[in-house]
Design a protein around this ligand. Structure first.
Ligand code: C2E
Ligand code: CA
Ligand code: CA
Ligand code: CA
Length: 287
């Protein structure tokens, strides 16, 4: 069997010519990762686009595999969802993020960080213990509920009654919900009516190329039309917005002109360790 690269779990089975995921092995290794503490959380800052100040972070999980090195979530989150391991994995990220965010607030004061966000899968929203897990993580850490943002995708939200009930309950608790990858789903607009979102995160695919001048007047630029429509909609509904995947100063400038106040992306900051975030916050506090 061929291997697609060192950090990959995709195997090619001889003779069949089809890639087959090594479900069993990945599942077992992931179980070990959760149990033995091989998971880490890194944080990508969310910046104000006018003065570049960091106002929040998004927690992103990493797997520090003993032989394969750092494995990206794109590779193991789907398997974690299939096997149900996303529930203990997600609980780890939740507790760790709440603990860390509370520590930053204690060290740098209430103005240091408005919010800490983390990603929640559909499977977690189906877990009857999810609300209790969130309540416990907030109580344990002392993080005020309004500082926590739970990021969910449209497809997760569209998973029926149980999920809707869970989301309404979290909303009632004062936790802010963000619609992640906004605009990539099929029913973004109708969804916003039913879902108690506080934030929409404009998907990276609408930020890619937004700065390109195609020779037409700005108002006619298709690349900017979606980003403009999203911010108008968000304003009308009283939602905050974050533009994702900002990779250049030019993109940040166009987004700012369109009315976006917050952005996240490699141009602003890459995901970093908690220690690195602390240094950023310390520097900001001194300014
Ligand atoms: P996402 O929630 O959309 O997170 C943003 C992803 O885009 C992150 O990838 C981030 O590192 C990357 N990114 C940020 N800025 C830029 C940029 O300027 N350019 C480009 N090309 N990429 C950028 P990452 O960390 O590999 O995570 C991938 C996905 O895995 C996440 O997408 C999220 O759906 C999922 N994920 C990550 N951590 C967790 C977790 O703790 N729980 C769950 N359920 N899913 C997670
Ligand atoms: Ca996200
Ligand atoms: Ca996203
Ligand atoms: Ca995305």
């Amino acid at each position: 069997a061929k291997q697609r690269g060192k950090a990959s779990f995709v195997r090619y089975v001889d003779g069949m010519g089809e890639p087959v995921l090594a479900h069993m092995q990945l599942g077992a290794e992931l179980r070990r990762a959760v149990d033995e503490g091989e998971l880490r959380v890194v944080y990508q800052p969310i910046h104000r686009l006018d003065d570049n100040r960091v106002i929040g972070v998004e927690a992103l999980v990493r797997w520090q595999h003993p032989e394969r090195g750092v494995v990206s979530p794109a590779e193991f989150i789907p398997a974690a969802e299939r096997t149900g391991l996303i529930v203990p994995l997600g609980r780890f990220v939740l507790r760790e993020t709440c603990r860390q965010a509370a520590a930053w607030l204690a060290e740098f004061g209430p103005d240091a960080l408005q919010e800490a966000g983390l990603n929640v899968s559909a499977r977690q929203l189906h877990d009857p213990d999810f609300v209790a897990d969130v309540t416990a993580a907030l109580a344990e850490s002392g993080l005020p509920c309004e500082r926590l943002v739970l990021e969910v995708t449209e497809s997760a939200v569209l998973r029926g009654q149980q999920v809707s009930r869970t989301l309404s309950e979290l909303d009632r608790m004062g936790i802010r919900l963000a619609l992640d990858d906004f605009g990539t789903g099929e029913s973004s607009l109708s969804l916003l009516r039913a879902f108690p979102a506080a934030i929409v995160k404009l998907d990276k695919s609408f930020v890619d190329g937004i700065e390109v001048d195609d020779g037409r007047p700005a108002a006619a630029d298709a690349r900017q039309a979606v980003a403009r429509a999203v911010i108008q909609l968000a304003r009308a509904l009283g939602l905050d917005t974050v533009a994702e995947g900002v990779e250049s100063a030019e993109q940040a400038a166009v987004l700012r002109e369109l009315g976006y106040t917050l952005g996240q992306g490699y141009h602003l900051a890459e995901p970093m360790t908690a220690g690195e975030v602390s240094r950023v916050l310390a520097r900001q506090q001194a300014m």
